[in-house]
Design a protein around this ligand. Structure first.
Ligand SMILES: C[S@@+](CC[C@H](N)C(=O)[O-])C[C@H]1O[C@@H](n2cnc3c(N)ncnc32)[C@H](O)[C@@H]1O
Length: 256
């Protein structure tokens, strides 16, 4: 747990899970690091239980993640296209610090590292020990660390990060707007945020399907103005939205 003034590249920051003996203990710069950042979500929906299983992280990047393309409808965005949009929204540059909330196996986390360079830092943040174990096992192309905790109570000081991203995770979080407030709290003035989350088409059928999904599986879907509205009410500027099928990208900048 650190803020931007901490000496994050020294050996004191060899973080390892105190709770889960299975997690590898590793040095920053080698394979990333894992630490317990904040208390974990206690009540798990079926969707969250899957995230904590040992099976999903193993098959996720190769077999499950490519299927998300279907959710983009006729836009048919693959993960490379999603990443391009994330970069367009975050406008990263050398030396910046980035937080990737709900990083899973680190598929977006890793792709931010070249943009911030050796002077920057990318923090992948997730609650699932099994996903993080997969993430730290991947080669990291730059300064990437992983921290374990609950996005609804981020263990970082106010205004720590130059950029915050959250891809395909917000709709799984029990109180997504609490997590969103946390992301905005840790975002530095002038920093940018980018979200990729579910999108709820309008109409009674969509509303019914959404209710059923939320109550049974634990996945929310966000209406057209829900995320952009939350950003605007929080005083963010340059609010942008791009809807692609059943998903949406929302980006904005914190004034300052
Ligand atoms: C579907 S994966 C997305 C992974 C990656 N960002 C991507 O775009 O493929 C969703 C991730 O969100 C994480 N997550 C869900 N609720 C969380 C919470 N409250 N705090 C932190 N991470 C959470 C899950 O553990 C899971 O790894």
């Amino acid at each position: 747990v650190f803020n931007r003034n901490d000496s994050i590249f020294d050996d004191r920051l060899v973080l390892a899970s105190r709770e889960e003996g299975r997690l590898p203990r590793c040095h920053l710069g080698e394979r990333g690091a894992v630490g317990i950042g904040s208390p974990l979500v206690t009540k798990r929906t079926p969707a969250l239980a899957a995230m904590h299983s040992w099976v999903l992280p193993r098959v996720y990047e190769r077999w499950v993640r490519p299927m998300v393309r279907v959710l983009h409808g006729w836009h048919g965005l693959d993960e490379a296209a999603e990443r391009r949009i994330a970069h367009q929204l975050l406008k990263l540059h050398s030396g910046q610090s980035v937080l990737d909330v709900g990083c899973g196996p680190g598929n977006f986390t890793r792709c931010f590292a070249p943009a911030v360079g050796a002077e920057g830092l990318v923090v992948g943040f997730d609650e699932s020990a099994t996903f993080l174990a997969t993430a730290v096992g991947q080669p990291t192309p730059g300064p990437v660390v992983y921290v374990r905790g609950d996005a609804q109570a981020l263990p970082f000081s106010d205004e720590t990060f130059d950029a915050v991203g959250c891809f395909l995770a917000l709709h799984l979080i029990p109180e997504p707007f609490r997590a969103l407030r946390e992301m905005l709290r840790v975002l530095a003035p002038g920093g940018r945020i980018a979200i990729m989350a579910s999108y709820k088409p309008s109409g009674p059928v969509a509303a019914m399907v959404d209710r059923a999904f939320t109550t049974t599986v634990g996945i929310h879907s966000f209406g057209r103005d829900e995320l952009t509205g939350a950003f605007c009410r929080s005083g963010l500027v340059d609010v942008q939205q791009r809807v692609t099928g059943l998903l949406q990208f929302v980006g904005a900048r914190k004034p300052g």
